[in-house]
Write a new protein. Sequence first.
Length: 337
Amino acid sequence: MKKRVLAGLLAMTMAAAVMTGCGKSSGSKDGGKESYTLGISQFAEHGSLDNCREGFLLGLEEEGIEEGENLTVEYKNAAADMGTAGQISDSFVSDKVDMICAIATPSAQSAYNAAMDSDIPVIYTAVTDPVAAELADQDGNTVGNITGTSDKLPIEDQLKMIRQMLPEAKKIGIMYTTSEANSVSAIAEYKELSGKYDFEIVEKGISATADIPLAADSLLGQVDCMTNLTDNTVVASLPTILEKANDKKIPVFGSEIEQVRIGCLAAEGIDYIALGKQTGRMAAQVLKGEKEAAEIAYETITEPGFYVNTKVAETLGVAVPQELADSAVESFDEIVE
């Protein structure tokens, strides 16, 4: 039997209100049928993961698989709860969907555990470190009928950008969820590279959303700026963090475009719609029977883009170097609530 990742997920108490679906699988592995039922499990509701979902469906559409035409979509959101993510995955397997699309690491791990003894392929996206999440081996090969895309952060590019924008800064604060494998992996890389740019990383681990206000207060009292990961629990509470940081005039850097749109100063990040499209094209190969998920290595977008919020820069009194301003993929002159 294949190794089950994060065995603790399977031991979680199943709530009475298990979400159910009524979709009947109509696709087939050999591509002999023309319509498909897809289960989308999204771990939390925030801009980057929403963009992944939008891009995923666009990628499928580019390959001739379109919702309302030959595709039925069952979408469920775990609201950043790992127990609920497990329930969602189990319900999709029970419904015998043709494929599970899992958005973010906890949902991907839950989907893999639930589907491994079935013939349902799992395609994931927004998984920062598939190896650390035990969805791929040390050589990057898939561990089962599962593949997808990584949103690995361009951490060195981010550190370089922060140094350009804040030449006097010494300490960078990072808040992260200790149970998220992608966040633990990113913290380790930040620590490894920070000295190269004369930074000290001050980390603050949390276990739940309720921990964030006190953690933010503690962290903001120790640092010159903060940088955000793609940590799902933290991102879902980013408005709270930004409000506290703005009161203290401490810049917060994001990890992708949506975080900059809502009030982070800047980011060297990836385009999550593009990441979703990439994942959708991979999924189409599997649905059409062209390849098994186990035959496709996970993929990563390697080119980051610079995003900046000039309104935030003005409010904080931070000058955006012309070189960075000229390279911006997108600039915002307002904060979107």
